[in-house]
Design a binder for this molecule. Structure first.
Ligand SMILES: [Zn+2]
Length: 255
């Protein structure tokens, strides 16, 4: 099954995997489909931005620049693990890569060396840009690596792919070095393990109430929307939304 997911399905699958998503602008309809085909899709490609700062990196990936118009990917993965959705459809992230690599991804076997740039990657890959300077020194926080693992697993699950459908830009296009700071082999290993469990497992789904917390403040900080306090109350069988005390453990719904 290689028909691209709809934007609605895409975000639904990410959320089901426990990914924290933030939507930007008209991301669902922001794409380069007028410039070429989108699909069949065959895999997920991971990049680093060579930038720092979430807001400016997200803006750059949404807008692109004069030489390379946006969107520059589908999601920007920030250091705190939040995935910022900036586009959907054909995006300028993969460029030309090696047809032998594409064939290996489709067959889900070991990747050959990428020594040709003869195939349109923007057509065939979901793309995620991770905020990192790519200098080999800028750290990759655990939350960010976990988000890479989750977005990849979410898409693999949706398409019935294995972790072998997830590659780095450096494995696609000769001369590319991204992502730098962890190996794609180690990331595929994590994704493979995650795919053996149920969607959304292993994510932090409990919260210990602190001093001064209200259900509303917890919903606002943990779910990104204070109005979702009702879901927390319901999930924990609370009759009165205000009866929480410091030290109390609460289950949290998925974001
Ligand atoms: Zn890249």
């Amino acid at each position: 099954m290689a028909t691209p997911l709809s934007a609605a399905k895409f975000i639904e699958k990410l959320r089901a995997e426990g990914v924290k998503v933030q939507e930007h602008g008209d991301w669902r309809n922001h794409n380069r489909n007028h410039k070429g085909p989108w699909g069949p899709v065959n895999g997920v490609m991971i990049h680093h931005t060579v930038t720092s700062g979430t807001d400016s990196s997200v803006k750059l990936c949404y807008d692109g620049h004069s030489a390379l118009p946006g969107p520059l990917c589908h999601g920007v993965i920030a250091k705190d693990g939040v995935v910022h959705l900036v586009g959907y459809g054909r995006a300028n992230h993969a460029g030309l890569g090696d047809d032998d690599v594409l064939r290996a991804v489709i067959d889900e076997r070991d990747l050959p060396a990428d020594n040709e740039a003869n195939t349109d990657g923007n057509r065939h890959f979901y793309g995620f840009e991770c905020i990192n300077l790519g200098d080999g020194k800028d750290p990759w926080p655990a939350a960010q690596l976990e988000a890479i693992e989750k977005v990849s697993a979410a898409i693999c699950r949706a398409h019935g792919w294995t972790e072998r459908s997830v590659i780095g830009h450096l494995e696609w296009q000769p001369g590319k070095v991204d992502p730098r700071g962890f190996t794609m082999a180690s990331m595929r290993d994590r994704i493979g393990k995650r795919l053996k469990s149920k969607p959304g497992s292993g994510s932090s789904t409990t919260y210990t109430v602190g001093k001064g917390d209200t259900l509303w403040s917890i919903a606002a900080s943990k779910l990104g929307d204070g109005n979702r306090y009702k879901e927390i109350a319901k999930l924990n069988g609370l009759r009165d939304a205000d009866t929480i005390v410091p030290g109390q453990e609460l289950k949290l719904p998925r974001k």
